[in-house]
Each structure stands twice: as structure tokens, then as C-alpha cells.
Design a protein around this ligand. Sequence first.
Ligand code: GLN
Length: 249
Amino acid sequence: MKKIVKLLSVLMLMFAFVACGDKKEEAKVEEKGPLYVGTNAEFPPFEYLEEGKVVGFDIDFINAIGKELGREVVVKDMSFDGLLPALQTKKVDIVVAGMTATEERQKAVNFSQPYYMANQVIIVPESNTTITNFDDLAGKKVAVMLGFTGDVVVSEMPNVQVERFNAAYAGIMALQAGKVDAVVLDSETANNYVAQNKGLKLAEGQGESEAYAIAVRKDDSQLLDEINTAIDKIKADGTFGEIIEKYFN
Ligand code: GLN
């Protein structure tokens, strides 16, 4: 009799354990809270402010991904050099900021599949005839944005006087005021500033191409997989093409 009681209680315990496990599984699925996205809204047309709201290519892109994942997207605007620290300290779940998947950054975070190819270009005053490529920057005062890939490229060049700014428009203003000779910046954003500011042009030479991707914490491989699958899906169903069309054509 004792044995039967013992057996029964063991069975009940096992049942309770399994049932509890099931509940945990369910909770996991239901728990899909908002997806917190870090960006820096000073990088048009990828992200910028319009009537106080963060808008742009990356925002449409991540909203389309959020829809695929069934998660609400909450965008948090912060300084560019604060983005990866915010990701590491779990203040955001991912970073979508026209961020180039550099080798250096890949030591700290994982990147999704690339979603946009860009390169560094040089912006000069329209009247400038001496700067046509990156070699011509030697001996010149060049504006870059702190921590951007342009900062890395120009800082490696010998004899360049590097002036670091916190935002692209600050570098553009310094160029317009004649405080620097050139600005080195990502191609699309540079095109944007040149189109909107009279008296500026792009120099002919271009830097190597670089790939923009979404940054995810190293230990978040499931989210990374989900994002990559969602990107495949929105590329296949035409949503991604529509967003490209909206901002670049
Ligand atoms: N692509 C550049 C980088 O990753 C600039 C990105 C940005 O300013 N948002 O450094």
C-alpha cells in the first residue's frame, strides 16, 4: 500500500512539473512585448525628425519587420555613439540606424543580413576644384561625425586634420561657414544634404562600399533568426521594394 502511495505521489509530482512547463511555454509566446529599437534621427533619409516624430527609410523598414514578427515597434532616439552601449545594456532590443556592419562592431554585436549598400563620399563647396578624391584630403581640414565609419576612414589617413562633430548637419554647417574644407559622410545622407543646401557638391571620388545591417545582441540568436527571416519575407513580397522606391526614386 505504502508503495502505491509513493508511486502515486511521484506520478502526481511529475504531472505537476510537466503542466508547469507547459504554462511556461505558453507564457513565452504571449510575452512577445514591444520591440525596442535604438536609432539616431540625424541621418536623413534613413532616420530624421518630422514634426517631432522619428521617420525615414529605417523606420518603415523596421515597422514592416515588426509586423512580420507580430510585435509593436517602439523607436528610441539617442546619440549615435550611445546606440551600441544601449543595446548591450538592454535599453533597446536592436539598433536600426543606417549602421554599417564593420568588423570592429561585429566583435561586440551580431548583424542581420545587409539591407543597404552605401559608401563614403566627400562633400565640398561648389567652387572647390582641388579636392576630387580621398588622396586630395591630405593637408586639409575634414569634418567627420564622431564614431561614424567616415571618422574611421579619415582618421586612418596621414596628414588630415580631422574635425569631429556630433551630427551630420553640424559638419555641413561648418563647411558652409568655411571652417572646414570638406565633409566625409555616407553617400545617401550626403546626397540628401547636397540636394537641400545650395553651394555644395559631391567630389568625384568614392570610398569602398559598406553594408548597413540591423544590430542584435550576441546572445539573442533567436531574434536575429526571426529578423533575417522577416527581411527575406518582405523582400520576396515586394514590401521592401516599395520602401526603397519611396525614399530613393
Ligand atoms: N553608416 C555609418 C556608420 O555606421 C553612419 C551611420 C549613421 O550615422 N547613422 O558609422
